[in-house]
Design a protein. Structure first.
Ligand code: FES
Length: 102
């Protein structure tokens, strides 16, 4: 179980889709889906860019391949939410801001 003390998810127009505290032990995609947040996705295994988001803040806390391998080339500040998760099992006092590419 991990806890993100403060996470903000923006759509591509910078409208807030989510803002607050999260606790989960799944990928970012599954975690947001469980909250009924509509996230674009397709392959669900790191092969496309559908679930890609730019990390505006907090990339040091994210393991980009925690739940699978990246099979495409992505920029350093982009994560694929279907396979990315928190770097550590339990974290506190962290802040992450994600902006959707789609
Ligand atoms: S849904 Fe294809 S990379 Fe995440």
């Amino acid at each position: 179980m991990y806890i993100i003390n403060y996470i903000t998810l923006l759509d591509s127009d910078e409208e807030k889709l989510f803002e607050g505290t999260l606790s989960s032990n799944d990928s970012f995609l599954k975690t947001f889906q469980e909250l009924d947040i509509d996230i674009p996705f397709s392959c669900n295994m790191g092969c496309c860019m559908s679930c890609g988001v730019r990390v505006l803040e907090g990339i040091e806390y994210i393991n980009q391949e925690k739940y699978g391998e990246i099979y495409i080339e992505v920029e350093n500040d982009i994560i694929l939410m279907c396979i990315a998760g928190l770097e550590t099992n339990i974290s506190t006092n962290i802040r992450i801001t994600l902006k959707s590419l789609m």
